[in-house]
Design a protein around this ligand. Structure first.
Ligand SMILES: [Zn+2]
Length: 135
């Protein structure tokens, strides 16, 4: 259950990151559109305007739009990567196996071939022993 909750959290975070990324990028495009749409070379004009135009979310703190654009890009990319990872964890859980902790000798069920995991019982970082065919 703990793993599933972490996957759900990752999924939620990825959606928030992607939405924020899209919002930031849209905002920079919306801010630069009047200049860019009338330019002969929209792409280079866009980059130039990004470096010149400023935005201020808080009075007294103004930043060039390019930072917002870069931040939006980074958030969107990490959001998409996280989304792909969390979807893989959610829907491709892999083979369910039993692990045994070498410290406390307790068993727990998990998925995949993990070389190093946190024992859910004693919270040590362990190289668990795989126990096959236990139901
Ligand atoms: Zn343990």
């Amino acid at each position: 259950m703990r793993i599933l909750r972490r996957q759900r959290t990752t999924h939620a975070v990825s959606i928030v990151l992607s939405l924020l990324g899209v919002a930031f990028i849209s905002f920079t495009i919306w801010k630069t559109w009047p200049t860019v749409s009338s330019a002969e070379d929209p792409l280079s004009t866009f980059m130039t305007v990004l470096g010149k135009e400023k935005f201020g979310l808080v009075p007294g703190f103004e930043y060039e739009l390019i930072y917002l654009f870069a931040l939006g890009d980074a958030m969107l990319i990490s959001g998409v990567v996280l989304a792909i990872l969390s979807v893989q964890w959610l829907y491709l859980p892999g083979k369910v196996v039993w692990y045994r902790c070498p410290f406390c000798n307790k068993d727990w069920r998990s998925t995949g071939d993990k070389a190093l995991v946190h024992c859910p019982h004693c919270r040590q970082l362990v190289h668990p022993t795989l126990i096959e065919n236990r139901t």
